[in-house]
Design a protein around this ligand. Structure first.
Ligand code: ATP
Length: 428
């Protein structure tokens, strides 16, 4: 398995992820996505949106504000219940999450059993609004979920949804994590991609819906290339469950730092709509009830990190990211065989411009072909198209596959079709 150091260094070197405000020494728990990172993350989010919204008939989208009336967080139980247990090492005075300490050993100084009693630490990040004192205290949302619940009635009355239905949302969330770490895994600002699926308050319906979504979600990660042996579903023990959860499972990835959650599937029951006093009226039966909610709550940053870790390959000194073509930042790269022959460069430029209208495409005319392949492999570009002397004669180009390194000759007029078919490949 690839080490975290290698991934962190590749991410920085090739423009996937940088430490936030690095020129001022950075800031713990915040990260910036570079030119390739933003593409990978956008591709991941758009695949998620396609499968959760466009391919379904029972799900609509939403984009709620990050800052809400603070009463939302009181009603949702986050002001009192969104807490982690905090301990301080009496030797080095560093603070940690008590439930993440192994063998009562301080992760910083190594002293054993020197911790203070755990204190409850609230994870909500406060913000102050307005110009007059005292300023109004509000919170940056600690989960994107509540934006869906507070809009429940708006969505029901303004769209044609009927129970069962879901509301999907992607957006930033903020948590004042005690110990951010493991690169982007535990950040203070991160993105979530979530579905809140509303159902009748019925235990049998809830069980079935809960099972279906667990299966659907883990299969989605597999369909985008994460290896089955690196994925597992883990049921929460009673003492681990969040304050809102009746039942909870995590989808976990076998990371270099151990099995780690990157999506939670929760049966939230009627906790949230009940706390916000919201009900649903069935138009046909006239029956009024508080719906139950099954939630799938994925982390965009954790998933991005795990896709990168899973894709990283080293073979005979060749480093390549075996990202699913749907996720890869560039779909193709175009090269003239050499850069000092005008006819080759002109023709290659035409091919580049042709592909660019449909796919995010790279151009490279530096160094030799071997170096260009190496550079594209390292960022996961699935297809490298080279324009050579034969191209000038018969209008064909070579297309080299990242994973097999095999080349095929394709005529330029079939190139777009070929690449688009190869991108939609389900199992690579
Ligand atoms: P953990 O136990 O690791 O703190 P959690 O159980 O509190 O996570 P949830 O509240 O279920 O996490 O949030 C849903 C998803 O949001 C997580 O599976 C994860 O992908 C993402 N997430 C939560 N906290 C963070 C964080 N600090 N940094 C990055 N992603 C996060």
């Amino acid at each position: 398995m690839v080490s975290m150091d290698k991934i962190v260094s590749l991410c920085k070197r090739r423009g996937f992820i940088y430490p936030s405000s690095e020129i001022y020494g950075g800031i713990a728990g915040f990260w910036d996505y570079g030119p390739l990172g933003v593409e990978l993350k956008n591709n991941l989010k758009s695949e998620w949106w396609k499968s959760m919204v466009y391919e379904r008939e029972d799900v609509v989208g939403l984009d709620a504000a990050i800052v809400m009336n603070p009463k939302v967080w009181e009603a949702s139980g986050h002001v009192s219940g969104f807490v982690d247990p905090l301990v301080e090492c009496k030797n080095c005075h560093n603070r940690f999450r008590a439930d993440k300490i192994v063998d009562s050993t301080c992760p910083n100084c190594g002293q054993k059993g020197k911790f203070t009693e755990p204190k409850k630490f609230n994870l909500l990040t406060e913000v102050l609004l307005g110009v007059t004192e005292p300023k109004q205290k509000a919170y940056l949302r600690g989960e994107i979920t509540q934006g869906v619940f507070v809009n429940f009635q708006n969505v029901v009355s303004s769209s044609r949804v009927k129970i069962p239905f879901g509301v999907a949302q992607i957006g930033k969330a903020f948590r004042n994590e005690i110990t951010p770490g493991n690169f982007t895994y535990r950040s203070r600002e991160f993105e979530q991609m979530e579905l809140e699926y509303f159902i009748k308050p019925d235990a049998k319906v809830a069980d079935k819906t809960f099972n279906d979504w667990r299966e659907q979600r883990i299969n989605w990660y597999k369909s985008l290339g994460i290896k089955s042996e690196n994925l597992r579903l883990r049921k929460h023990k009673d003492d681990e469950k969040a304050h809102y959860a009746k039942e909870a499972y995590d989808i976990e990835y076998k990371a270099p730092f151990g099995w780690s959650e990157f999506e939670g599937i929760h049966n939230r029951g009627d906790w949230d709509l009940g706390r916000h006093n919201l009900k649903y009226k069935d138009q046909e039966s006239g029956q009024e009830y508080t719906p139950w909610v099954i939630e799938t709550s994925g982390g965009v940053d954790r998933a991005t990190l795990f896709f990168l870790l899973d894709a990283y390959q080293e073979e005979d000194k060749r480093i390549f990211l075996k990202l699913h073509p749907k996720l890869a930042p560039f779909k193709a790269a175009v090269f003239p065989l050499v850069s000092n022959k005008t006819e080759l460069v002109d023709k290659a430029m035409k091919v580049y411009k042709l592909l660019k209208t449909d796919f995010f495409t790279a151009w490279d005319d530096r160094g030799n072909i071997g170096k260009r392949y190496f550079a594209q492999d390292e960022i996961g570009t699935p297809f490298c198209v080279t324009i050579d002397y034969i191209s000038l004669e018969d209008g064909t180009v070579t297309v080299r596959d990242r994973d097999t390194t095999k080349q095929v000759r394709i005529s330029i007029d079939k190139l777009k079709k070929y690449i688009s078919e190869m991108i939609s490949y389900e199992t690579r």
